[in-house]
Design a protein around this ligand. Structure first.
Ligand code: NAP
Length: 544
């Protein structure tokens, strides 16, 4: 407490969140001589990787690429134990970065930003925290992550259930044992698909409740080899630069052929090779998988046939075969032994696509006229993504207008970075930027560098206020949708579309034109004198 009290109540910048975005922001601000304070609701750094400690949690972007590229000594010295790192290893990395650059002293842990109000007369943000502190700053940066507000559906009887409950995105810090227990997992997205094989090995019995089946590809994860790590380290700066202009911010082999222009033999051989390679690079097998339904169908059927070949019980196999959306239009999952798990005697799959969970009871739950009893229920039911964390803070801009009200029909941003009416408020990987449709660390680095360079530009030019033009923002909002509707993405009831939260506006939230194309657009906007942004110099009142 005494540490917190000694911290400044007025700084240049306030940052919400100490995940990878918050850490890199603090590092850049420190180097620029800009005073910053960061508030973090957890008691440690790491963001997503701090909260998602569920069994099997692992990143599905390979670690040589899912890591910071801004400091060559850091990337040369850090060693990853596996190709796709598990949550504890990514947490260790986040802590290493925080300690290496001495960032923790600027972070108030277990402190949430509750409100952020823009004071128009003083031209500064007034931030109120969960500890009751009020801090002012010229700039406010929301760095709370895109997938950080866990959601449990409002099942009838939710509070009646007396057994243990867990949400994958809010997993306890102490060890959880399912040994000897009857366990339910509700949800088969990326989190459920990673947790299910691990829980199945420990629990006495596991029942999985599946609403829509999802596509998942084996990760083929393995221990990192020295040769592979060295192949990256020897050329890291050049490879990082290439990643920054790749469609997903990931260096991978893309095939610039249509799935429909090759023979069936070549098509199947290509899918087979990528299936054997493992990981989400599977989607790069052909160039039209996400834009042409007929091409997409060939890939989807290939995966369904893999499911049928893996899962011994044909009824279970058919339930696991996804049919509700084109492959890749919901986040493609990456697993370790997922489909094989359904061959275990202690695992049952319950299809709730037609008859949903009717209620939770004291001892379990009911689906139609079938009652289940459980010692523990794991909710792998996802997040109020992209906007949920922003709306958890009472953000008010000019005229006291709430961000939530402005965005009632969906997020409105310029570049996913700022919103008109909210001067000097930046969002890291906000809606309308590539964000969740990319290697998050590549996109985080790009946004952090853009925000910090912009603040440096303002300091150099004697400017103290930046805000996007309404016309530029309106055009960007439309452009994000136009690009999305050229693809198959809007055909899925996905969280990208806000479809997982009842009442949430339906529109495609990330920017899908690609990391490289987005980066070039940002570079051009800056080169054109920050086209679409408006700056102001300090007024006499604000300067007092
Ligand atoms: P998710 O993809 O939103 O999946 C939630 C699951 O819960 C879905 O299967 C959904 O069914 C089900 N569900 C939601 N409400 C339900 C209800 N009322 N009744 C029954 N089922 C319900 O969430 P997630 O798995 O936590 O993943 C979220 C995102 O986090 C991922 O897409 C990915 O971007 C990221 N993530 C990444 C990794 C990784 O890098 N390996 C791991 C985990 C998460 P429906 O499909 O029918 O809606």
């Amino acid at each position: 407490m005494s540490v917190q009290q000694s911290k400044a109540s007025s700084v240049d910048v306030i940052v919400a969140g100490a995940g990878f975005s918050g850490l890199y922001l603090l590092h850049r601000f420190r180097k620029m001589g800009v005073s910053a304070r960061c508030f973090e609701r957890g008691d440690g750094v790491g963001g997503t990787w701090y909260w998602n400690r569920y069994p099997g949690a692992r990143c599905d972007v390979e670690s040589m690429q899912y890591s910071f590229g801004f400091d060559d000594d850091l990337q040369q010295e850090w060693d990853w134990p596996e190709k796709f790192s598990a949550q504890p290893d990514i947490m260790a990395y986040a802590n290493h970065v925080a300690d290496r650059f001495d960032l923790k002293r600027d972070i108030d842990f277990e402190t949430e930003v509750k409100a952020a109000h823009f004071d128009e007369a003083a031209r500064q943000w007034r931030i109120t925290t969960s500890t009751g502190e009020t801090v002012t700053a010229k700039f406010f940066v929301m760095a709370g992550g895109c997938i950080s507000t866990a959601q449990i559906p409002k099942f009838e009887g939710l509070s009646d259930y007396k057994g243990k409950t867990y949400h994958t995105g809010k997993w306890p810090h102490e060890a959880v044992s399912f040994a000897g227990m009857r366990v339910a997992v509700i949800g088969t997205g990326s989190s459920g698909i990673q947790a299910i094989p691990v829980i199945a090995k420990e629990a006495a019995h596991l029942t999985v409740f599946q609403r829509q089946a999802n596509f998942t590809i084996p990760s083929r994860n393995h221990k990192m080899t020295d040769d592979y790590a060295q192949s990256w380290k020897a050329e890291y700066p050049a490879k990082r630069q290439e990643m920054r202009y790749m469609p997903n911010g990931v260096l991978r082999e893309l095939n610039d052929k249509s799935a429909l222009e090759v023979s069936e033999e070549e098509r199947l051989a290509t899918y087979e090779a990528r299936w054997e390679m493992g990981g989400s690079g599977f989607l790069g097998a052909f160039n039209d998988i996400l834009t042409n339904k007929e091409a997409n169908d060939t890939m989807a059927e290939f995966v369904r046939n893999k499911i049928r070949a893996t899962v011994k019980d044909p009824v279970t196999a058919e339930i696991l075969c996804p049919t509700t959306h084109p492959i890749g239009t919901k986040r493609l999952c990456v697993d370790t032994g997922y489909y094989e798990t359904y061959n275990r005697d202690n695992v049952e799959l319950v299809d709730i696509s037609e008859t949903p969970i009717s209620r939770l009871t004291e001892t379990g739950l009911e689906v139609g006229d079938r009652a289940f009893e459980f010692d523990a229920i794991v909710f792998a039911t996802g997040f109020d993504a992209m906007t949920g964390t922003l709306f958890n803070v009472d953000i008010r801009g000019r005229g006291g207008n709430a961000l939530k009200d402005k965005w009632y029909a969906g997020p409105r941003t310029y570049l996913g970075l700022m919103s008109e009416g909210f001067p000097n408020l930046f969002m890291i990987t906000g809606p309308g930027s590539p964000s969740v449709k990319s290697n998050m660390i590549t996109s985080i680095e790009q946004h952090v560098e853009l925000v910090t360079d912009t603040i440096q530009h303002m300091r150099d030019s004697g400017l103290d206020l930046i805000e996007p033009d309404k016309a530029a923002e309106d055009e960007w909002v439309d452009h994000v949708q136009v690009v999305a509707y050229k693809t198959l993405f809007p055909q899925a009831n996905s969280w990208y579309m806000g479809a997982n939260i009842p009442g949430k506006p339906r529109l495609f939230m990330p920017y899908i034109a690609g990391v490289g194309s987005y980066r070039r657009t940002c570079e051009q906007i800056v080169a054109d004198g920050y086209k679409g942004f408006r700056f102001e110099a300090p007024t006499a009142l604000a300067a007092e």
